[in-house]
Write a protein of this length. Structure first.
Length: 145
């Protein structure tokens, strides 16, 4: 499998993840919305003043670009070792690492606190669920592409 195929699969998985986050947020199931977090963080860092009409478009772009980067990293890690790129046994630890990175790096940097505590007490579970959606979407897209 080529790098562009793996990156495309990660973008598809990122879209599933973003949709799951958005749907859960709109239905009141979860308190966090990855698209809003990505958009608000990026706008705060670049424009300095929140432009509400830009939050969703910027958030979608940032989220999908981030997914593409994580796909490229996944390819870079798995390719030299000749791992089975589409194996659940290889994808699962990678997605687990992404979940931990979200809780201990990305959410705190985005101003949501360690484990996303500013979002809510159970943000870590919400993040686990949507990362599982990413993992399943990634596996599916790798098998399909």
């Amino acid at each position: 499998m080529s790098a562009p195929e793996v990156v495309a699969a990660a973008v598809v998985a990122g879209a599933f993840m973003g949709l799951a986050s958005e749907l859960g947020y709109r239905l009141g199931i979860n308190k966090s919305n990855l698209i809003l977090i990505d958009g608000e963080f990026t706008i705060r860092r670049t424009i300095r003043k929140t432009k509400n009409h830009l939050v969703y478009p910027v958030g979608v772009v940032v989220h999908l670009v981030t997914s593409a980067v994580f796909g490229a990293i996944y390819f870079g890690i798995t390719r030299p070792f000749e791992y089975d790129i589409g194996s659940v046994k290889v994808i699962s630890p990678y997605v687990f690492f992404l979940w931990l990175a979200m809780l201990f790096v990305a959410l705190p940097v985005a101003g949501q606190g360690l484990l996303g505590r500013r979002i809510g007490r159970f943000a870590w579970i919400e993040q686990l669920v949507i990362h599982i959606v990413f993992g399943i979407g990634f596996w599916w897209a790798l098998e399909t592409i």
